[in-house]
Design a binder for this molecule. Sequence first.
Ligand code: IMP
Ligand code: MG
Length: 442
Amino acid sequence: MANVIIIGAQWGDEGKGKITDLLSRSADVVVRSQGGVNAGHTVVVQEQTFKLHLIPSGILYPETECIIGSGTVIDPEVLLEEIDQLKKLSISCDNLYISQTAHVTMPYHRLIDKASEERRGKYKLGTTGRGIGPTYADKAERTGIRIVDLIGKEKSIEKIKWTINYKNVILENLYHLKPMDPEVVIAQYLEYAEVLRPYVIDSSLKIDQAVRQKKNILFEGAQGTLLDLDHGTYPYVTSSNPIAGGACVGAGVGPTIIDRVIGVAKAYTTRVGEGPFPTELEGEIGELLCDRGAEFGTTTGRRRRCGWFDAVMGRYAVRINGLDCLAITKLDVLDTLEEIKVCVGYSIDGNNSNDFPTDPEALAKSQPIYETLPGWQQSTADCLSLEDLPKLALDYLKFLAEQLEVPIAIVSVGASRGQTIIIEDPIHGPKRALLDVNREPQ
Ligand code: IMP
Ligand code: MG
C-alpha cells in the first residue's frame, strides 16, 4: 500500500500519462492536482490512442476513482468534450469527481492568453493559448470564478456578471477586443454547470476518506519540474506548481501521507514553447529524436525542441521533488544512435558547475559538458525485462541513475502498455533500491 506522487522531471511531456496509466492498475484513486487543459497525456491501449487533457488517465480502469483536485483549473467546455469522447468509446465517467474549489477557465481567459502573448512580442512565452496563466492570475488576484460559483445560486451569478464586466474593460481598452456579453457567457456556463454538477464534490474530504481507508492513491502531475512557477525556468514556465510539493497543495493533503515520489524523465530531453534549453540539438540528431520520438505537442501540435539528457537538470529535479526513483521513458528512441551524449555539468563563464543555475542569466550562458556513451544500435522495443536489454542500453540507464543518485524503477521502450520494464512496482514493492548503480539485474 502506498500513496505515490508522479511528477515530470523535465519540461513536461515525459510520458507521465503512460506511467500513470500503468500504475493506475494498482491504484484505487488517481488525483490531478494542478494545471488545466494545457496538459496533454497520451495513453495507448490496444492500438487505441487516448489523449487526455484534464481527466486523470486512471479513468481507463473502471474501478479507479479519478479526482480533478482543487489546484487545477477547469475549462468546462473541454472537460465536457473529454467526457463525451470517453463515453463514445464506452469508457464510463461514473468514477469521475471534480473539486468544487477548482477555478474555472472562462472564455476571457483564453482571449487574454492569446492577446497578451501577441503583445509581448519578442518576450512571448510560447504558452498553449488555453487561458491557463490568466486563470491562475485571477485566482491570485482573487477575481477567479470557482466551480462552486457556477453551481451556486443567485449571489454568484451577480459576482460572475461583475467579473465579466471588469474583464471587458481590459479586453476593450488594453487589447482592443470586443467586449463579452455577460448574459450570453453566464447562460452558457450555467448550462455547463448543470452537466458537471453530479461530478462536483469536496475533493480534499474525499481524498482524506481514501487515506483513512488505506487505499492506494496516485497523484498525477501535469507539466514538469522545470515548468514550475516557483522553481522552473521563470518566466518560461506554467502558472502552477507541477513539483511534488504542489501535488499536496493542489490535492489538499498533508505531505505526511505521501510514501513515494516518482519522477518521470525521457531518455533524452524535450521542450515545447520558448525559454532556455542548454542541451538542445539543432540539426540531424535533433531531427532524428523528434521524428523517432513523434515529438509533437498533444495539446497544440507544436513540434517539440529536442536535446540530450541533462543530468544537471535531473539532479535539480531530484532535489526539488525529493524523488525516490525514476521512470525513464522512450529509451527506444535512442536505439539507432551510434553514440549518445549526457550532459553531466555546465560551464558558466569558464567555471564548471554541477548545480542547475536558478539565475536566468547564468542559465542562458550555460554550456553543457558532455560525456559520450556508445549507442547499442539495436531495437529495445520488444524488451520485457532488464535481461532483454542490450548491455550498452543497460549501461546507459545505470549511468543516468548514477548521475542522478536515484534508482530507476520503470523503463519504457514504446508507447503501448506492454512495452514497459517494471523493475519494481513502486506501489506494491518494498521501498528499496531498484536499478541501482551497485545492483546487477537478477
Ligand atoms: P501555459 O501553461 O499554457 O501557460 O504555457 C506555459 C509554458 O508551459 C509554455 O512553454 C508551454 O509550452 C508549456 N506547457 C504547458 N503545459 C505543458 C505540457 O503539458 N507539456 C509541455 N509543456 C507545457
Ligand atoms: Mg504532454
